[in-house]
Design a protein around this ligand. Structure first.
Ligand code: ZN
Length: 228
């Protein structure tokens, strides 16, 4: 199926969904005029401070800090499969990249992979849903090009070095031919130490790709941080 057809079907799905479930504010749940993700009240207070930074060798963009309000959006998308929150996060990432002229360089979008065990436990990979919506907005294909090939310890209690060591060799290409030689947008929801993004970016780079990362929220890393 072509990207155009996929996006058309996805668009029809979205339209049906918003017909059945009217748009609600991604933060406070207030009913909205259609086409909006967030109400005017919350838009002022959602503390979005976009950042551009390097994670290892990879240029990254983040929409906001992991504040209480933004955390509510991320957890809703992650645990509650909340479509409005997911599409809000995707739209914010897309707008940020477009405004920085990055979208023009991107040839393919790749979601940060999740282990099979985690996926089975959760039932879905919210990062894939994020990239699917960015594909819909941009017309650029999403390819699940990298997979997690080894279970790793929870990152939560690990130091920065331990996190890198823990992830080393845990990712591999699964769709090399579909992305090789392209400029890839690697997407995740949240980053703390950037260890996951750095490791996945390295795998993509070894397969001959240029990599730019984007996340919705960035959390300042503290020892004993439990976000990632
Ligand atoms: Zn609101």
């Amino acid at each position: 199926m072509t990207t155009k057809t996929k996006n058309k079907l996805y668009g029809i799905g979205n339209a049906l969904l918003s017909e059945l479930f009217p748009d609600r504010c991604a933060i406070c749940d207030k009913l909205l005029d259609s086409g909006k993700c967030i109400c005017d009240d919350c838009n002022d207070s959602s503390s979005r401070k976009p950042q551009k930074f390097y994670s290892g060798r990879t240029l990254c963009y983040s929409v906001c800090e992991y504040s209480d309000v933004n955390k509510k959006i991320v957890l809703g998308a992650k645990k509650g499969r909340d479509f409005y929150k997911l599409s809000f996060m995707a739209t914010e990432i897309y707008e940020l990249l477009k405004n920085n002229g990055v979208m023009d360089e991107i040839e393919v979008i790749v979601p940060a992979p999740m282990s099979l065990a985690k996926r089975l436990k959760k039932g879905f990979n919210h990062t894939e849903k994020l990239t699917r919506h960015i594909s819909y907005l941009s017309g650029i294909d999403t390819v699940k090009a990298v997979k997690k090939i080894r279970e790793t310890r929870e990152q939560k209690t690990l130091s920065r070095e331990e996190r890198m060591k823990n992830l080393k060799g845990s990712f591999a290409m699964s769709e090399r031919r579909a992305v090789s030689g392209k400029t890839v947008l690697l997407v995740d929801d949240v980053t703390t130490t950037g260890s996951t993004l750095s490791e996945v970016a390295e795998v993509l780079r070894k397969a001959g790709n240029e990599v730019i990362c984007a996340v919705f929220a960035r959390t300042p890393y503290k020892e004993n941080d439990t976000t990632e």
